[in-house]
Write a protein of this length. Structure first.
Length: 181
């Protein structure tokens, strides 16, 4: 069954965006000849994405990033698990810059993509995120949109987490709005 997602293209530290990776997502020269969606956390850790267990991910994340905050480690682990095992070929994704719930400025939306390949751990990646999935960009948008309308359409008040699943109706309404405005 096809699923619908929003993926943040930015890395943050306690809600403060520290790096934006959109240019790297769409550059095949940086991704073994593919355009991708990608996430961080597991960088420089050699493992097979299809064989790693949730328990192993949690142990790695807890030790490396969140030794004093088990809840944050669990949230990160669940995001990684979604990326590795719940996102599937054929799913559609909106890519945008993340934002907190109190943001008033417009949200930057970069594009809409369809997942066309399985995940892989690009350990030799020259940029920040090593867990990747091949995508085909359906629409490159690269524009700012009204935050209030965007959050209403997606049914989410913030995009602080890296990955959000949204329902088909919300996705399609948002996709139509983004590509006709």
């Amino acid at each position: 069954m096809k699923q619908y997602w929003i993926v943040k293209t930015s890395a943050d530290d306690d809600g403060e965006i520290v790096k934006e990776y959109w240019e790297e997502f769409k550059d095949p020269n940086k991704n073994e000849g593919k355009t991708v969606i990608a996430i961080g956390w597991m960088n420089n850790h050699s493992f097979d994405p299809d064989k790693i267990s949730k328990k192993e991910i949690l142990a790695y994340i807890s030790g490396k990033y969140y030794p004093a905050t088990p809840r944050r480690a669990l949230v990160a682990t669940n995001i990684i698990w979604k990326f590795l095992h719940e996102m599937k070929v054929g799913d559609e994704v909106i890519l945008c810059k993340g934002f907190p719930g109190n943001q008033k400025k417009p949200v930057r939306v970069y594009g809409i993509a369809e997942i066309t390949g399985t995940n892989w751990n690009h350990i030799e990646s020259s940029w920040g995120f090593h867990l990747k999935r091949q995508v085909n960009y359906i629409s490159i948008i690269e524009k700012d949109f009204d935050i209030n309308k965007f959050t209403e359409l997606i049914g989410k008040k913030s995009l602080r987490l890296t990955i959000h699943e949204i329902n088909e109706s919300n996705f399609n309404q948002t996709k139509e709005w983004l590509t006709t405005i």
